[in-house]
Design a protein. Structure first.
Length: 296
């Protein structure tokens, strides 16, 4: 099974002025992200507005981005709260050439831990692709216990977890019990702490604009240069706070548009920050060095 990248951007979905998915811009954006330090991208995750995209739109995005990036990692956001639908998407992702799938804990329904396990088991058994779990209780309403994650980790092609529960003790217990199971940080402000604990990488929102600095922080941690890594982390915390000021994906889409990326307006119910919040976001980002120049 191919090794998946350590630093992956949860990529926004570009739209045209009339609201259609903009495939040429998706290819351009994915290429820029890899050239700026990412090992690859997650396409049609939460940041990519997955619930607002049709299956055909998702398939087209996975296929086009993989064609553009070639050997770089493309992870397809293929999870929903419907097991049968998630299986269909996993099969489509495999057909599109994706390198792995990201499958979220079923949202809204608040299933039991047994239901969560059976959901992921069914998805994993439906595909030959590596499966990354996504534990994000703040968005879905229920989180995986340590025991459920460890059960899932025993499934042959479940290779890791995007962890966004904000509980370092919980993640430490998983890492101690299953040291070969990869953890990608799912909260940018947790990257430093999880990497110091031995996490594999991050699936990041702010890597749209600061991937080089995140990669430098990761490399410093891996080399044992913790004061250097900590200094990068402390600066990036303010970038992260700014990029989530109006929630995600709202704020990062606004930021990218302000930086000159023609990604279009988000689909409802996502809306961009109002003028006051937007001004506050960009004022903070102008205080930092980004991969993309910030207009004055």
């Amino acid at each position: 099974m191919a090794e998946l990248g350590r630093l992956l951007t949860a990529m926004v979905t570009p739209y045209t002025d009339d609201g259609a998915v903009n495939l040429p811009m998706a290819r351009k954006l994915a290429r820029m992200l890899v050239e700026n330090g990412n090992d690859g991208v997650v396409v049609t995750g939460t940041t990519g507005e997955a619930p607002l995209l049709s299956d055909d739109e998702k398939y087209a995005l996975w296929s086009e981005v993989k064609q553009e990036l070639g050997g770089a990692t493309v992870v397809a956001g293929a999870g929903t709260n419907d097991t049968r639908h998630s299986i269909r998407l996993a099969k489509l992702a495999e057909r599109a050439g994706a390198d792995a799938i990201l499958a979220v804990v079923p949202y809204y329904l608040k299933p039991s831990q047994e239901g969560i396990y059976q959901h992921f088991r069914a998805i994993a058994e439906s595909t030959s692709l590596p499966v990354i779990l996504y534990n994000v209780p703040g968005r879905v309403g229920v989180g995986m216990t340590v025991e459920t994650i460890l059960r899932c980790a025993e499934l042959p092609n479940v290779v890791g977890n995007k962890e966004a529960n904000g509980d370092l003790r919980h993640t430490a217990a998983v890492m101690e019990a299953a040291p070969g199971f990869k953890i990608w940080s799912g909260n940018d402000n947790d990257n430093f702490h999880l990497w110091c604990m031995g996490a594999w990488g991050a699936i990041s929102v702010t890597a749209h604009i600061v991937a080089r600095q995140q990669k430098a922080m990761l490399e410093a941690v891996l080399a044992g240069r913790l004061p250097e890594a900590a200094a990068i982390h402390m600066a990036l915390c303010r970038v992260t706070d700014a990029c989530f000021l109006n929630g995600s994906p709202s704020t990062i889409r606004y930021v990218l548009r302000q930086l000159g990326f023609a990604i279009g307006a988000p689909r409802l119910p996502v809306v961009e920050p109002d003028e006051a919040v937007g001004a506050k976001v960009m004022a903070e980002l102008r205080r930092h060095r980004l991969d993309v120049p910030v207009p004055a």
